[in-house]
Design a protein around this ligand. Structure first.
Ligand SMILES: Nc1ncnc2c1ncn2[C@@H]1O[C@H](COP(=O)(O)OP(=O)(O)OC[C@H]2O[C@@H]([n+]3cccc(C(=O)O)c3)[C@H](O)[C@@H]2O)[C@@H](O)[C@H]1O
Ligand SMILES: Nc1ncnc2c1ncn2[C@@H]1O[C@H](COP(=O)(O)OP(=O)(O)OP(=O)(O)O)[C@@H](O)[C@H]1O
Ligand SMILES: [Mg+2]
Length: 278
């Protein structure tokens, strides 16, 4: 194995194989423990219809249901899980999002359309700079608008914002800084994409929910662009690398170059006391 590969596996807490049942239990326990220690009144998470939010959402719901079952015995109130639909106007694959919600069965579902907010920022960008925001930058505004919506809900009702980042996204920094990367806790941390898929399968999700090609779906001009097309890398190769397997040199080099370039996304902002960025 390459030296950096082994270092990355350790830094991102990846294990080459998992038992899906054990990982479901461990991550539900983590959510229960975190909720207990913070006293938060609930968890909030955007549900897109993609694999990651379907899995994280189901784990959140299992956690709050277990807490509710244990508290009903002593008459206490339990935290809730709020699933948020966050379409930009009309979502092309809304049926997948609805299927994910049917599987998750959240305590509550809220729909918060980000179109007015995002278009307001795009209009003001033009006023302020004299040029139109690019489709790519507007995509990151969409991801950040979703973060703002979730924190508004969390702040108002005393919830925590759940993130869906996992090792196969963290390694390439494939998320919007302070957008989908801006969250309070990460129940999928350390998992590869195929390990997450195996957990959804274990939980009895419909195939469509875990075989769907991953997409950030942030672009007006290329709706549903797959992550793999955007990255120029397949999740199968990224997972192999993270699980310590041999991959082509060109694949390892591409992953390692992205890993180095995106270090700033996995850190808190640099200050004069830090040296990691040198
Ligand atoms: N060395 C450095 N030290 C500190 N900060 C640094 C920096 N280099 C850039 N930055 C800052 O970071 C910013 C760039 O980062 P960011 O704004 O995130 O933008 P960027 O990484 O360019 O774009 C986000 C990428 O993540 C993808 N994405 C987003 C959301 C969801 C998903 C998904 O998987 O579903 C994927 C999206 O398709 C795109 O390829 C710069 O504008 C600058 O402010
Ligand atoms: N249209 C949307 N509605 C609600 N939440 C969204 C939407 N788009 C993105 N999100 C949130 O942003 C997170 C990051 O998106 P990302 O595409 O990485 O995950 P995913 O859609 O759940 O799974 P996949 O990576 O397989 O597409 C999602 O997990 C979800 O919480
Ligand atoms: Mg997606």
């Amino acid at each position: 194995m390459r030296a950096l590969q082994s270092q990355i596996m350790a830094d991102l807490h990846v294990t080459p194989t998992i038992d899906p049942a054990v990982e479901v239990r461990r991550r539900v326990d983590f959510l229960i423990d975190y909720l207990g220690r913070t006293g938060a009144k609930g968890l909030v998470l955007g549900i897109s219809g993609g694999q990651d939010s379907t899995l994280a959402g189901r784990l959140c719901q299992l956690a709050v249901e277990e807490i509710a079952a244990s508290r009903s015995a002593d008459g206490g109130t339990a935290p809730v899980f709020v699933a948020v639909r966050l379409p930009y106007a009309v979502q092309r694959d809304e049926d997948d999002a609805q299927l994910a919600l049917e599987f998750i069965r959240p305590s509550q579902t809220v729909t918060f359309n980000i179109a007015a907010g995002v278009d307001g920022i795009a209009d003001e960008f033009l006023n302020a700079t004299g040029e139109a925001v690019t489709d790519f930058n507007k995509g990151n505004v969409k991801a950040r608008a979703r973060m703002i919506a979730q924190y508004a809900i969390a702040g108002q009702f005393g919830y925590l914002v759940v993130g869906t980042d996992h090792a196969a996204e963290a390694v390439t920094g494939f998320f919007t800084k302070y957008g989908d990367g801006g969250t309070d806790l990460l129940p999928l941390g350390g998992l590869t994409k195929r390990q997450g898929r195996s957990m959804l399968q274990h939980l009895g999700a419909a195939e469509r929910l875990y075989l769907k090609p991953p997409t950030a779906d942030l672009l007006d001009e290329n709706p549903g662009q797959t992550d793999e097309a955007n990255l120029g890398l397949s999740y199968s190769d990224i997972d192999d690398y993270l699980e310590g397997k041999d991959v082509a040199d060109s694949v390892a080099t591409a992953i390692e170059s992205r890993y180095r370039a995106t270090e700033h996304k996995r850190r808190t902002p640099a200050s004069p006391a830090d040296a990691w960025w040198r």
